[in-house]
Ligand binder design. Sequence first.
Ligand code: TYD
Length: 394
Amino acid sequence: MNKFFLNLGKQPLANNYLKSFKQNQIRYNLRLFFNTRNKMVSISKRIPSEKMFTNNYPYRSSMSKTMRNSFYKLSLELKKKFIFKKILEIGSNDGALITNFKKNEVIGVEPCKNLAQITSKKGYLTYNKYWNYELAKKLKKKHGEIDLIYSANTLTHISNLNDVFKSINYLLSDKGVLIIEDPSLLECIKKNSYDQFYNEHIYLFSALAVKNLLSNHKLEIFDIKNLSTHGGSLRYYIKKKKNKNLKNKISVKKQINKEKKFGIHKYKTYKIFSQNVKKSKDSLLKMLRNIKKNGNKVIGYGATAKAVTVVNYCNINKNLISNFIDTTPEKINKYIPGKNIKILKYKNNILKKYDYAFLGAWNFKKEILNKEKKIFKKGLKFLTHIPKPKIIYY
Ligand code: TYD
């Protein structure tokens, strides 16, 4: 049974950066639910994929050094650990992972045309399609069974998870391995990062919920790794249950025990989370209003989908955060969805005009603070809402 626990208000489509601000932009209710039976956390309103994953989708995986490094390290691990003819990546984005492999070793699947074209143009076979059973059938006919399927930050964006795993099971060879990685629900709750929720993130996975889900598809997790990416993610190594060659590692039990100890399986945990989110909103608004009262200016650093949730939920307007900066070409000179806040092109000296930088991309805090060391030393202060609203001084 789905039980409601948090209302994040009316939110615009998170990655729909517009050329001009529209007051009457379409907004959708963002309400969060916990399923007491299978322990899955999800949002209630499902927006058709075609509305979100358009041919001008602005999110690019390779925009940060942290993510490029993470995918590079993973490519080394895959080459070392697994035997495969071909890797299939579901949600290959701009090729941050697949371009670490030889062109004949990988197949990309990417529904956003602008992104699929980036890898196609480089000579990587990329299907500009949504992941579903129909595509799995087509791929099996053309390439045979696949020994290694990988997907990062994608499956949680797909409403019909039963179709997702049925299709994977169909295409994966019996000795094959499926690796998925997504933000960890446990880390999200611990860090109070409610901004992991937006209309694209239909689900937020815990190891417990993934285990329950896979058991309907004769699949099981045999290893889990904790990653620091996206504010704390889990990488799940999955195999067919009938494959006894790969041994189940203790990491799986450990992670599930850790989650249970925290109360991830209890509705009460989510009610507490909900109260903490409301406190976080009040406290962030108080800080921003104080900064303004003292005549200081704030810029948002990283026009992330997460920041869209924050500014819309907290109703932060350009009087509190005057602009955002971002390196992504597709976001520059556009507006933060739902708000009249313009995104400026990142330039070295742009931060000089501001007193505070609000970390929209708080998940890259280390990378950003290091990159901005010089101006940070000179007096720029950072502001973050994770795990609690606070100012970061040099
Ligand atoms: P991410 O946190 O992955 O976003 P989302 O919440 O949308 O999934 O995206 C990081 C964003 O921050 C991306 O738009 C690029 C931007 N960015 C910068 O502009 N400069 C930087 O130094 C870093 C690390 C990120």
